[in-house]
Design a protein around this ligand. Sequence first.
Ligand SMILES: [Zn+2]
Length: 211
Amino acid sequence: MIQNQIIGTGMLLLTLGLGVYFVVQRFQTENEMGDVAVNPETEVLKKQDPGTQPTILNGNKETQSKSTTPPKKEKKKEMPAEFNKLTAFEASVILDKGTERADTGEYNSTVEPGVYVCRQCNAKLYRSNDKFEAHCGWPSFDDEISGAVKRKVDADGYRVEILCKNCDGHLGHVFEGERKTEKNIRHCVNSVSLKFFPEGKEPPAMIVKPN
Ligand SMILES: [Zn+2]
C-alpha cells in the first residue's frame, strides 16, 4: 500500500512538473511571437532615423543660399499717348468748359466742304454737310459723326453739354426742338474746340485716350 502511495505521489508530481514545463514553454513562445510582431516597427523606426539621412554638403547649402532671383526682363515702357498741346485759351474752353465769345470763333461762318476734328485728340466730330447757319454766334451742326460725341447734363442742370467721346474735351451744348433744321437739333460748338480740314486734306490720326 505504501509503495502504491509513493508511486501515485511520484506520478502526480511528474504530471504537475510536466504541466508547469509546458505552460512555461508556451509563455516563452508567445513572447517570441510578440517580439517578431514588434520587429517590423523597429525596422521602420530605423529607416526614419534622421541619422541615416544623407547629409547635405556645405557646397550645396552655399549654392542654395546664394541663388539670386532671375534678372528682371527689361520691359519697354509704353509712353502714354499725349494729346495735342493746347494754348491757354484753348484749355480754358476744352478743359475748363468755358465758352468763346459769340461771333468771334474761327469757324463761325466757314462753309467750305471738309471735316471738323477735335482740337485736342484729332477725333473726327462733324462734317461740313451738317453745318448750318443758326445766327447764334457759334458754329452749328444738326448732326454729328456717329459715335464721336457724347452728351452729359450740364452743371447748370438744364442744358446738355457735348464732349468729345474720345478725350472728354468740352465742345459746347446741344439743343433740340428749336425747329431750325429738319433734324430739329443744334450742336452749338466752340470753334476753338475744333480744327477744320478741308476736303482732300486728311487730318492726323486720332490720339487714343490713354487708359
Ligand atoms: Zn477729343
